[in-house]
Design a protein around this ligand. Structure first.
Ligand SMILES: Cc1cc2nc3c(=O)[nH]c(=O)nc-3n(C[C@H](O)[C@H](O)[C@H](O)COP(=O)(O)OP(=O)(O)OC[C@H]3O[C@@H](n4cnc5c(N)ncnc54)[C@H](O)[C@@H]3O)c2cc1C
Length: 416
């Protein structure tokens, strides 16, 4: 177990840390190594395979309920407890950590946006709370083949004419909505989810755009199909595929957010997403640093362990500093960005996403270098961490695009 010098941690925090770390070391890491070695991209779909075994185990421990309040059966973690859980799962495998959190998005979104809607509580929230078998899970369908980074600007004050409107559209049909369109091949959890949080253009009956919306689309509804599992450089622990919606009928209530609240709701989602990704990749950075330190303690070159060479010592110290800075920034941001009902200071969570994923990439890169050729060998831990870390700079928004988007907020808000 590593050193965590945060003097504000309670005994409860330390207990969560130890328990989740045991799970990450004993189940997540070995399962994701096995998955990563499987030749076929769709190995993740095997119900008896490593990914599903780890997922069911996480369910039995209740980790999918981490972001849900205790009053309704959630874990009721405070922001720092949640940070610890995500970092430890991320240490095991960041994609698996994010997959576990993503599963709860429909339930969390209902509780935030439609807490008094009895139908949604009964059909979305309660079944998820009771789902110890991991039958229910979720993904986020925001990006589309023609809307990658620019989806960040769609329907916001920076796009007043609606030129960036999403191609996935919902039209009224009696008491329901009909959804038509396609999400990109990069929808994480897409192959394994039962529901998709779907970003779309809300239209009138004649097809005229009214603005943006966010809907829950059950993926077993008629007209939904999925593309094959996408093979990326890494991130197999958070598997991707495209989603196709061919006139999918959803009940009116399932359109959770309409044009009036679209921008604020999307910012709220990006806030939680940015923090979660940053924290999960802080876990990856720590895993890479620890692997490098272990290796350098035992690998002998020039008659001495690598740790006795000064150039190696400098590199290890730089890695350690980046890990600690990533944790300090993300933990502090959890304290002020994860407060329900408060104005979301989203530039802080974006800073967390951008800084921590960049730190993870640099630490993983250094860890590969310190392992020499062994760090490039398929099956080595740092080789996998390096591939996963690369995806962190693009998933949940390219870091450059996120920084550009939030610099506008920063200039508007800072010091005012
Ligand atoms: C691991 C992973 C997981 C993902 N998971 C999901 C998911 O769950 N759901 C989902 O909907 N999508 C997901 N995505 C898609 C992701 O959101 C997009 O890949 C991302 O937003 C970038 O879009 P793009 O790939 O189309 O790249 P583009 O938008 O085409 O960008 C290409 C390059 O141009 C740069 N660029 C773009 N616009 C600007 C600008 N205005 N100014 C300066 N530079 C710019 C970018 O920084 C980037 O370097 C995932 C992607 C990855 C890699």
């Amino acid at each position: 177990m590593y050193t965590d010098i945060d003097v504000q941690l309670t005994d409860e925090h330390r207990a969560i840390q130890a328990a989740v770390h045991r799970f990450a070391a004993g189940h997540v890491r070995p399962a994701m190594a096995e998955l990563d070695a499987a030749p076929a991209a769709d190995a993740v779909l095997d119900p008896d395979g490593p990914w599903w075994r780890a997922r069911r185990e996480a369910r039995s421990l209740g980790y999918h309920l981490a972001a849900l309040p205790q009053e309704i059966g959630g874990l009721g973690l405070d922001p720092i407890g949640l940070h610890i859980l995500i970092e430890e799962l991320g240490w095991g495998a960041p994609g698996f950590a994010l997959s576990t959190l993503a599963d709860s998005f429909p339930a969390v979104a209902v509780l935030i946006h439609r807490p008094d809607n009895a139908r949604l509580i009964e059909e979305i929230v309660q079944p998820f709370l009771a789902d110890s078998e991991a039958r229910l899970g979720s993904c986020v369908g925001l990006s589309e083949p023609d809307h990658g980074s620019d989806a960040l600007w769609a329907f916001t004050r920076e796009d007043p004419a609606g030129a960036l409107a999403l191609a996935t559209r919902a039209r009224p049909d009696g008491a329901d909505w009909r959804v038509r369109g396609q999400k990109s091949a990069w929808v994480s959890n897409g192959p394994v989810a039962s529901h998709a949080m779907t970003w779309l253009t809300v239209c009138d009956g004649d097809g005229t755009s009214r603005g943006g919306g966010i809907a829950i689309v059950p993926l077993d509804a008629a007209g939904v199909s999925r593309g094959p599992v996408t093979r990326l450089l890494g991130s197999r622990d958070f598997p991707q595929c495209a989603l196709y919606f061919d006139d999918v009928r959803i009940p009116a209530d399932y359109l959770l957010v309409g044009p009036d609240r679209y921008e604020a709701a999307t910012d709220g989602f990006l806030n939680v997403g940015g923090l979660s990704v940053g924290i999960a990749f802080t876990g990856l950075a720590r895993a890479a640093f620890e692997a490098a330190l272990d290796h350098c303690r035992t690998r002998v070159q020039g008659g001495r362990p690598l740790v006795e060479h000064q150039a190696v010592q400098l590199k290890l110290f730089d890695m350690f500093t980046r890990v600690e800075a990533a944790r300090a920034l993300s933990r502090q941001a959890m304290r002020y960005c994860f407060v329900p009902q408060a104005r979301v200071p989203i530039e802080y969570s974006t800073a967390v996403k951008v800084y921590c994923t960049q730190a993870a990439f640099e630490v993983a890169h250094a860890a590969v270098q310190l392992h020499g050729a062994a760090g490039l060998a398929h099956g080595s831990l740092v080789e996998r961490l390096f591939r996963d870390a690369r995806g962190g700079l693009i998933g949940d928004g390219c870091n450059d695009a996120l920084a550009l988007k939030r610099s506008g907020d920063l200039i508007r808000h800072y010091g005012t």
